[in-house]
Design a protein around this ligand. Structure first.
Ligand code: GRF
Length: 203
């Protein structure tokens, strides 16, 4: 696939970046429909940044602590993404709530992965809450980002069983393994749909 046909994509992280690593690995295939042009973190100490650099991907830090409010942080983020020619934004453990203005500007072109079977367990501590609720099945969801947290349309889900003796850690590990295959597949689907839409507009 020519570089031109691959949707220029940014991955936004705040931490270790294991989903980012899975996405970068998938995008090394020249036929993968998304091209990762930037890995951006809101935290200068995010572990994933050095992994991205080692993979030869351009990185950027927009440190939220350097901005007086969410609006100015989001404006800086938006500027950095546009400067890099980004058309699709992938949140992968990005731990900042985004303003409605930013989300609306990227709506339909911004996706997230959440460690639960949405609409169950929006928000944090999902594995602990799934165990406390006694569910038999848990998993992860890739969804479009809308202003309301973890409430956007679902793109794909993967399920895992909850096993006797599970702790939040063992359950998280089982879910994370699924995230690493689900997210690259879901990103490919979204990138293909965007590319087709782009072609349609040109015709
Ligand atoms: C993952 O569990 C993801 O579902 C959630 O944040 C975690 C990020 O992990 N949104 P990593 O940084 O990709 O390893």
């Amino acid at each position: 696939m020519s570089d031109d046909a691959r949707v220029p994509t940014a991955i936004l992280i705040s931490g270790r970046g294991s989903n980012m690593v899975a996405l970068l690995a998938a995008a090394r295939d020249p036929d993968y429909p998304a091209r990762i042009v930037l890995v951006l973190s809101n935290r200068p100490d995010a572990g994933g940044l050095s992994l991205a650099r080692e993979a030869g991907i351009p990185t950027a830090v927009v440190d939220h602590a350097a901005y007086p409010d969410r609006e100015s942080f989001d404006a800086a983020l938006d500027a950095r993404l546009r400067e890099a020619g980004v058309e699709l934004v992938v949140l992968a453990g990005f731990m900042r709530i985004l303003t409605e203005g930013f989300v609306r500007a990227w709506e339909g072109r911004m996706i997230n992965i959440h460690p639960s079977l949405l609409p169950a367990f929006r928000g944090t501590r999902t594995h602990e809450r799934a165990l406390a609720a006694g569910v038999a099945e848990h998993g992860c969801t890739v969804h479009h980002v809308v202003p309301e947290l973890d409430a956007g349309p679902t793109i794909a889900q993967a399920r895992v069983p909850v096993l006797p003796g599970d702790t939040p850690e063992t359950l998280a590990e089982r879910v994370l393994a699924e995230e690493h295959t689900l997210y690259p597949r879901a990103l490919a689907d979204v990138a293909l749909a965007l590319r087709d839409a782009r072609r349609g507009q040109r015709m």
